[in-house]
Design a protein around this ligand. Structure first.
Ligand SMILES: NC(=O)c1ccc[n+]([C@@H]2O[C@H](COP(=O)([O-])OP(=O)(O)OC[C@H]3O[C@@H](n4cnc5c(N)ncnc54)[C@H](O)[C@@H]3O)[C@@H](O)[C@H]2O)c1
Length: 424
């Protein structure tokens, strides 16, 4: 197959698939496929609830069409799969969406077709878990009748600077020729170039370690914050001082949530365990990062007790629920750990987040956010997410939401050090 022969489909139009489909859709015909009819209806109306693609950008993708109908995929010959790769309740990889999407493609796969996976997985997943599904359903043989590629996505939801086209992309293919073709396909839209990896496994491993490294770096800084808090040393001040050295990495303490950083390391540790290696450092980092919500509440309770504020029945305002600032993404947000822990102390918790879909918060976490906080109403306020609206409010407006003696905990260094009672 030559580049000009490619008839592209993108399977799964979420945070990753839609921006990709919109970029390709400016250049060539693209069939955007999703199993979620409501999502497809919204996209047909030009609206993206993830806020990753604007109405204008969708309109500019004039060769992009949307469908939930598998028959519309039959005219395609190259499929990019961008479905979720979550973990289950036991923190094991849940490959269900990936397997189901592979089954869908298996039903329409023809001789010569190429299936490119973008979802984050462990090394070996494409060839060991997905290819057998494609072969079983299609009756075709891998690397004789059809081929695969793997090109992990690196986008960062809410980040308007690092976009699909301006992030260098790792590509790979199941044969050298397919690797070249996959690479040139992505080069059509990526303006900053690609990195063609030696194999699919190398590309898979590269993606999963990018996020594992980030998780571990944050875990180290979280551990340092626990130490410095015990010593009454301001962690941010220490990080600023250490950051004056050219090779000190600028990580900050905090909750580690979201669809990637807190999840992807488990894909790697699962595979490691499956081949008989029991990771120590990676899982220690995960444990520490997952315990930060309980730590934050323990800190708050101590501070409230010192001010002789009664914790039982206290009114606490949690500002921000999304997993990161300036985006509506609620997936795997660890702010819920703070809310749960506060409720265990019998606190009355109000959650306020101007970015939130109230229905989603209710659906995902049974949390009903408030429309707007009432002034002078709270015994404690936790600034949990650094949304720009909170930055714009400033310390005095935020303090005004609390009672005169309320504790203000600035988890994200939104305020100057002296403006809050507690920082991480
Ligand atoms: N969100 C990020 O920041 C990010 C960044 C890099 C990589 N990734 C990885 O990209 C992959 C996709 O993540 P996302 O954030 O876009 O997920 P998402 O939940 O936003 O979107 C996934 C979409 O796939 C659809 N879908 C699910 N099963 C399907 C199926 N069988 N057939 C067709 N469509 C199906 C869903 O309806 C949804 O619209 C994951 O592996 C994730 O780890 C995500």
């Amino acid at each position: 197959m030559q580049l000009q022969d490619i008839k592209l489909a993108i399977i799964g139009l979420g945070y990753v698939g839609l921006p990709l489909a919109a970029e390709f859709g400016r250049k060539r015909p693209v069939t955007g496929f999703d199993i979620n009819q409501q999502r497809i209806n919204e996209l047909k109306n030009g609206s993206d609830f993830t806020l990753e693609v604007t109405q204008e950008e969708l309109a500019a993708a004039k060769y992009l069409t949307f469908t939930t109908n598998i028959d519309d995929l039959r005219a395609c010959n190259c499929y990019i799969i961008t479905v979720p790769t979550p973990i289950d309740d036991h923190k094991r990889p849940d490959l269900t969406p990936l397997v189901k999407a592979s089954e869908t493609i298996g039903k329409v796969l023809k001789k010569g077709d190429i299936v490119i996976y973008e979802s984050t997985v462990y090394p070996g997943c494409t060839e060991e878990d997905c290819v057998p599904v494609l072969e079983r359903v299609s009756g075709l043989e891998f690397n004789r009748d059809f081929y695969c590629g793997y090109s992990p996505e690196r986008i960062n939801p809410g980040d308007k600077e690092h976009r699909v086209t301006t992030i260098k992309k790792v590509t790979s293919g199941s044969t050298p020729e397919i690797a070249d073709l996959v690479d040139s396909l992505y080069n059509e839209i990526i303006t900053v170039g690609t990195h063609k990896a030696e194999s699919i496994k190398v590309a898979e491993a590269a993606k999963v370690i990018e996020n594992t490294q980030r998780d571990l770096n944050i875990a180290l800084i979280n551990e340092l914050a626990l130490i410095f808090n015990k010593m009454n040393i301001d962690t941010e001040a220490v990080l600023k001082a250490a950051g004056s050295k050219w090779n000190f990495l600028p990580f900050r303490p905090g909750l580690v949530g979201g669809h990637c950083i807190g999840v992807d390391p488990y894909y790697l540790t699962h595979k490691a365990q499956a081949i008989g290696y029991h990771p120590e450092i990676i899982l220690a980092g995960r444990r520490l990062n997952d315990s930060m919500g309980a730590y934050v509440v323990a800190q708050l309770v101590k501070a409230m007790t010192k001010k002789r504020l009664q914790v039982d029945g206290a009114k606490v305002l949690v500002m921000g629920l999304t997993f990161k600032e300036n985006c509506p993404d609620l997936r795997n947000t660890r702010v819920v750990d703070i809310v749960t822990e506060l409720k265990d102390y019998n606190c009355m918790v109000d959650v306020y987040d101007p970015w939130l879909s109230s229905e989603e918060a209710q659906h995902e976490y049974s949390i009903t956010p408030i429309e707007a906080p009432e002034s002078g109403n709270y015994d404690a306020i936790i600034l949990a997410v650094a949304h720009r609206q909170f930055k714009d409010m400033g310390a005095s407006s935020i303090r005004a939401l609390g009672k005169p003696n309320a504790v203000l905990y600035d988890l994200k260094y939104v305020l100057n050090p002296q403006e809050s009672d507690l920082r991480l």
